[in-house]
Design a protein around this ligand. Sequence first.
Ligand code: ZN
Length: 79
Amino acid sequence: MTKPKPKPKPGMNSKLNCPSCGTRFFSDETDAMPFCCQRCRLIDLGRWLDEEIGMPFEGEPGDVPVEHRNGDPEARADD
Ligand SMILES: [Zn+2]
């Protein structure tokens, strides 16, 4: 007689990739979903805050301001 293997319930014990460090981990091994650990959760949170506070949007480097793109004959010199 062989015991039937217990099947994992759907949504339980699924393997995930940590968005912060890329480590493969099981969803039931962490209390910091969707990250592998609290540390990675904080790292990712800090990254977001860093971008919001440290990088005010001033356009891409070398980007032409919108008002110079349209209606300015100088900007259409290659036409
Ligand atoms: Zn991680």
